[in-house]
Design a protein around this ligand. Structure first.
Ligand SMILES: C[S@@+](CC[C@H](N)C(=O)[O-])C[C@H]1O[C@@H](n2cnc3c(N)ncnc32)[C@H](O)[C@@H]1O
Length: 311
C-alpha cells in the first residue's frame, strides 16, 4: 500500500478506535456520541481522508479488479433483484400462494437511502434514485443527517442540505456500506438496523457491507450472529458473499408475526457485535456478561481490516 493510502487509512481506523476507547472509559454511549458529533474538526478530517482513500486508492483497485468492489457488488445485486427476476424468485420461495401488491419502482428507478454515504459512490448509476446521507458529508451533494437520531415520519423532509425526517416504508433499498463498524456499541448498530426495517418498503432490501480482508470462514460467528438478530426483526438474509476485502450481504424485508418486546430487544442488540467490542475488557467481565469468546488470533487480528490496510 502506498504511504499516502496508509496515512489516510490510519485516520479512519484511529477514529473508530478512539470511539471504542471513549466508550470503554465512560460506559456512557450517549455522551460519547454527543461529544463525537460536536467534534467538527475530527469529523471533517475523517470525511476528507475517507473520501480520498475510497475515490483515489480503492477506485484504482476497482478498475484493476472489479470483483473486489463493494459498489459493483451492490449494483449487480440490485439489478438482479429488482430488474432480473430475483424478487419473484424470493416471492415463490417464501410463500407462493400469498397475493402481494406489486412493488412499484419510480420511473422505474430503485429508491436508495445510502447511510454513511460520505461521497455518494452510488450516484453514478442512473437507475438508482439515491438519497445520500452522512453525519459529516465529504461532498456538498451529500445530505447532512445523523441516522441514529433522525425522526421517522410520513414524509422525508429536506431543508437545504439537511435531512429533518425520513419517510416510513418508502425506500426500496437501504445501504450500510462500511457503516456499522464505525459505531462503538452493538446497541447503535442494532438501532440502525431497526430503523432500516421501518424505512424499507415490504420486500425492500438492506445491503450491509462490512470490511474484512481475511478468509471467508474467518468471521463466520459474527456473520451468523448478525443473521440471527436481523431475522428476528424481519430482515431475512437472502445473499451473502465474501469479497477479497469485505463481507457483502443482502437482507429482504419480510413481515413478522410477533412484535418484539423490550426484553427481546435487549437480548438481540448484543448480537450485532464485532470482535473489537471485546478489546480492553477482562476475561472475567466477558464471562459474567455471557459474551461470545474469541480466540487470541481473532482478537489480535481484529475484524476491522479496511481494504488495503493489511497489505
Ligand atoms: C467508513 S465510512 C464509509 C463511506 C462509504 N459508505 C463507503 O462505503 O465508502 C463511514 C461513514 O459513515 C458515516 N456515519 C457514521 N455515523 C453516522 C450516522 N450516525 N449517520 C450518518 N452517517 C454516519 C461517517 O461520517 C462516514 O462517512
Amino acid at each position: 500500500m502506498s504511504n499516502d493510502a496508509k496515512v489516510l487509512a490510519d485516520v479512519v481506523k484511529d477514529v473508530h478506535k478512539e470511539l471504542r476507547q471513549e466508550l470503554n472509559k465512560t460506559g456512557d454511549i450517549e455522551s460519547v456520541w454527543v461529544n463525537h458529533c460536536r467534534n467538527i474538526a475530527r469529523l471533517k478530517k475523517y470525511a476528507s481522508s475517507m473520501h480520498k482513500l475510497a475515490s483515489e486508492h480503492w477506485e484504482q483497485l476497482r478498475i484493476s479488479n472489479p470483483a473486489t468492489s463493494r459498489i459493483n457488488w451492490t449494483w449487480s445485486f440490485l439489478q438482479y433483484y429488482f430488474f432480473a427476476g430475483g424478487l419473484e424468485i424470493q416471492r415463490r420461495k417464501s410463500n407462493p400462494h400469498t397475493v402481494r401488491p406489486e412493488l412499484i419502482l419510480k420511473e422505474p428507478k430503485i429508491s436508495v437511502l445510502d447511510v454513511g454515504s460520505c461521497y455518494n459512490p452510488f450516484g453514478e448509476y442512473e437507475e438508482l434514485d439515491v438519497l445520500p446521507i452522512d453525519l459529516c458529508p465529504a461532498l456538498g451533494s451529500v445530505y447532512h443527517c445523523d441516522f441514529l437520531k433522525i425522526p421517522i415520519g410520513e414524509k422525508s423532509i429536506l431543508d437545504g442540505q439537511n435531512v429533518l425526517s425520513l419517510a416510513t416504508s418508502h425506500f426500496h433499498c437501504i445501504v450500510f456500506s462500511f457503516l456499522l463498524e464505525y459505531f462503538p456499541s452493538s446497541s447503535q448498530r442494532w438501532s440502525c438496523c431497526e430503523k432500516a426495517y421501518m424505512l424499507l418498503v415490504e420486500e425492500g432490501i438492506l445491503i450491509i457491507i462490512t470490511p474484512d480482508s481475511k478468509a471467508a470462514h474467518s468471521n463466520t460467528k459474527v456473520m451468523r450472529s448478525w443473521r440471527e438478530a436481523l431475522a428476528a426483526i424481519g430482515l431475512k438474509r437472502i445473499k451473502y458473499e465474501k469479497l477479497q476485502h469485505a463481507h457483502c450481504m443482502a437482507f429482504r424485508k419480510v413481515s413478522v408475526d410477533t412484535e418484539l418486546t423490550r426484553e427481546d430487544r435487549e437480548l438481540l442488540a448484543p448480537k450485532m457485535y464485532i470482535p473489537q467490542d471485546f478489546h480492553n475488557r477482562s476475561d472475567s467481565d466477558s464471562e459474567t456478561k455471557n459474551e461470545v469468546k474469541f480466540t487470541e488470533e481473532e482478537l489480535a487480528e481484529g475484524f476491522m481490516y479496511l481494504p488495503m490496510l493489511d497489505e
